[in-house]
Design a binder for this molecule. Structure first.
Ligand code: ADP
Ligand code: MG
Length: 380
């Protein structure tokens, strides 16, 4: 067991890392962040920020000496880096788990191997794979096998020739081609698992995406019937168990034709788990700290229902003249049960996650109205 005031490390320094730092600090740990970005928002508040590439051996050696254990907040950390660190200190989740989640075709093979339902998909490594693809996979979505996020590196394709064009546009890098489903809705299971195999589930969130980016997340999921909740938790438990997973994990699901299908697995806390900061006894980030340090997991139940809404950089560009303007924080904060979180990013680019807010409520049934009302205040 690693007890405070030990120093723990995190690879990656975005907002997920920032909340990890905050949760670790609350418990009395010191935190070292490794992120090549000088402006890292986790690095800003960490005890130490190492500005170096994720495969910089000197930086990794230093991290291994300075930290008692290391976790990751960004799934594209090279798995070799995790393997290297694991030769010196505990690394949780393991390189093996992260390696599966950071590559869509390995992820699909994993789901296949364990008979876990998912959308029909094909690995694409050359044009030949597209020429041989069955008509039943169209309309489809071609997705880069690695390094895509927030809907980036994805293209909807209606037929083989569009698939070929998209594959060429992606410079013939390995892809998966997936059937495009008619979704009823989407949900995610966020869980934490410790080294004893104990698993704590947060209430399942229902997620609405806009242009491939999470927009609104409602917890607990209003549309999800009890039998699907139980099934989704069972699938997520199976995935975490098969990976011997230690840490916080998210499993994104599609619900299509009343059936659950796994979309993807995140080996880290998840945007759809942000409501746990304000609505649960223990947040997804505190669970990550606890699992990393070998502490007992906390109570992950919610004391309130919650509606979480992302604030993208687009909100800074809504002036009719195209000029930048500042969102109306004062109007937004006039909603008393609203919790505003801004990440400390300097540059508000369109599509960039700048912050989020969570509305705590007992009536999440009318979440769409509450979300619309809050959004209107934001850009009043
Ligand atoms: P990212 O890594 O960017 O989150 P996802 O694969 O989760 O990529 O895709 C982002 C969103 O695009 C999903 O949450 C969903 O709304 C939509 N989407 C992705 N794949 C499919 C599919 N096969 N059928 C229908 N919608 C999809
Ligand atoms: Mg996703």
């Amino acid at each position: 067991m690693i007890l405070p005031p030990a120093t723990i490390g995190v690879l990656g320094g975005g907002q997920l890392g920032r909340y990890f730092v905050l949760a670790a600090h609350k418990l009395g740990y010191r935190v070292l962040v490794l992120d090549p970005d000088k402006q890292s928002v986790a690095g800003q508040i960490a005890d130490e920020h190492i500005i170096a590439a994720y495969d910089d051996v000197n930086a990794l050696n230093y991290m291994a000496t300075a930290c008692s254990a290391v976790t990751t907040e960004f799934e594209n950390i090279p798995a070799d880096t995790l393997d290297y660190l694991a030769g010196h200190i505990p690394v949780r989740p393991s390189a093996a788990a992260v390696r599966i989640c950071q590559n869509r075709s390995r992820e699909k093979s994993f789901l296949q191997a364990h008979d876990i339902p998912h959308a029909a998909s094909l690995n694409i490594t050359g044009e030949q794979d597209i020429l041989m693809s069955p008509a039943s996979i169209y309309p489809g979505i071609i997705k880069l096998a690695s390094s895509g996020y927030d809907g980036k590196g994805q293209q909807i394709v209606e037929n083989k020739s569009e698939a070929l064009a998209a594959f060429n546009q992606f410079n013939s890098q390995p892809c998966v081609l997936e059937k495009k489903l008619e979704l009823d809705y989407e949900v995610s299971v966020v869980l934490a698992r410790n080294e004893d195999g104990n698993t704590a589930f947060f209430p399942i969130a229902q997620n609405v995406h806009k242009h491939g980016i999470l927009d609104v997340s409602v917890m607990p999921a209003p549309a999800l019937p009890e039998h699907l909740r139980i099934e989704a938790e069972g699938i997520a438990r199976l995935i975490a168990g098969k990976m011997d997973y230690i840490g916080t994990m998210a499993v994104e699901f599609f619900v299509a034709g009343g059936q659950l299908l796994v979309n993807e697995i995140a080996p880290r806390p998840h945007n759809s788990g942000h409501a746990t900061i304000d609505a649960c006894y223990t947040s997804q980030f505190e669970q990550q700290v606890r699992a990393l340090c070998g502490l007992p997991l906390g109570d992950s139940r919610a004391h309130s229902s919650a509606i979480m809404i992302n604030i993208l950089g687009d909100h800074w560009y809504q002036g009719s003249d195209g000029q930048t303007k500042i969102p109306d924080w004062q109007a937004l904060l006039s909603i008393p049960a609203l919790k505003l979180h801004l990440y400390g990013k300097e540059e508000p680019r369109p599509g960039r996650k700048m912050g989020h807010f969570t509305i705590l409520t007992e009536q999440s049934g009318n979440w769409d109205l509450m979300a619309a009302n809050a959004r209107q205040k934001l850009s009043a």
